[in-house]
Design a protein around this ligand. Structure first.
Ligand SMILES: Cc1cc2nc3c(=O)[nH]c(=O)nc-3n(C[C@H](O)[C@H](O)[C@H](O)COP(=O)(O)O)c2cc1C
Length: 213
């Protein structure tokens, strides 16, 4: 399987990191085309203390805990609109933008993209491949919401960066992974975690009354 993963300058760089890590662990993903916006590297510095601005493949592998010589991740420059993901004739399963800024969301929704992330997303939609968008902003204004609706109508999966708590996460990683596994579910990438909800009692092992009396 081959995917494109784009990281933009919305808060939540850890979602990108753990999406990439779990894709690498899946054992079925052979190539990931990675594209980062400039703002993505700023946010990664702020949130994770990692400098990805001039990172090469080795540095990205280190960030993800992969062997230094791993060729799983192929890094593409944002301005390289001739890279593989920019053409629909290059076969791949789909793309995820995680996290997705409102700026990138708007560019894709308008169809007036200017960089490789926008182009790759446009191609993914026109080829009817899986496009997962993980928007993050709060609150959303009407323009953000309209852009999301537009993209959902065009076939994208909108999976906002709003993880659930019903699996009782004990760590930030467990909280983040809950969302990451939903992303992988929608990309068709297998993972080890069972994210299916089984009903209140089986899930919690407790009898919880939902009656209001
Ligand atoms: C620390 C930090 C956090 C940010 N968080 C968000 C966010 O959650 N959502 C968003 O849409 N923009 C956020 N921004 C602003 C975007 O990075 C900015 O709009 C940028 O131009 C987006 O460019 P890009 O879409 O090319 O990555 C943040 C910026 C910084 C520095």
């Amino acid at each position: 399987m081959e995917f494109t993963v784009a990281i933009t300058g919305a808060s939540g760089a850890i979602y990108a990191q753990r999406t990439l890590m779990h894709m690498a662990r899946s054992g079925v993903v052979e190539r990931i085309n990675l594209i980062m916006s400039e703002a993505a590297t700023t946010v990664a510095k702020v949130e994770l203390g990692v400098d990805l601005a001039k990172a090469n493949s080795t540095a990205v592998n280190r960030w993800l805990g992969l062997p230094a010589d791993s060729r799983l991740i192929q890094l593409h420059r944002l301005d390289n609109v001739a890279a593989r993901p920019s053409s629909g004739s290059h076969p791949q399963e789909g793309m995820v933008i995680v996290p997705c800024s409102m700026g990138t969301l708007g560019a894709i929704a308008s169809g007036a993209g200017t960089n490789l992330i926008h182009r790759a997303a446009d191609v993914t939609l026109k080829e009817n491949r899986r496009l997962v968008i993980v928007p993050r902003e709060t609150p959303y204004n009407a323009i953000h919401l309209e852009n999301m609706l537009r993209l959902a109508r065009a076939g994208a999966y909108i999976i906002p960066a709003s993880p659930g708590f019903y699996h009782r996460p004990q760590t930030i990683e467990a909280l983040v992974d809950h969302l990451v596994f939903r992303i992988l579910d929608h990309l068709g990438v297998p993972h080890s975690q069972d994210t299916k909800w089984r009903g209140l009692q089986e899930q919690t092992g407790e009898l919880i009354s939902t009656r209001k009396d």
